[in-house]
Design a protein around this ligand. Structure first.
Ligand SMILES: [Zn+2]
Length: 104
């Protein structure tokens, strides 16, 4: 898997993802009870770009994993952050996210 970072705040209903292709792209979206809307990507494509598609796939996978493994934590905090292992290794020195989940 490519470098990936994802976080969702269920109280404000906002999410942020970083998808790394040839360079990192930052996406933001609204998250309302599992419904994703208003996705924007800073690659400035006028149509739905591949970063949005990658983010949606990753989000779906991550939510499934959270439901299985971290449901209580998500219920309690209404927040999660997930980062891919490769990205964690890359960013570990300068980015410390509390309570992150490392994706395989
Ligand atoms: Zn994009």
């Amino acid at each position: 898997m490519k470098h990936f970072y994802l976080c969702v705040d269920r109280i404000s209903g906002s999410g942020v993802a970083i998808v790394e292709g040839s360079e990192p792209y930052e996406l933001s979206f609204f998250f309302d009870d599992g419904e994703i809307s208003s996705i924007t990507c800073n690659c400035f494509c006028s149509y739905h770009c591949k970063h949005e598609f990658a983010m949606l796939l990753q989000l779906r996978e991550t939510l499934r994993m959270i439901e299985e493994l971290y449901d209580d934590e998500f219920e309690a905090t209404n927040y999660f952050a997930a980062i891919s292992k490769s990205a964690l290794l890359t960013y570990a020195t300068d980015r410390k996210e509390k309570g992150s989940i490392v994706l395989e």
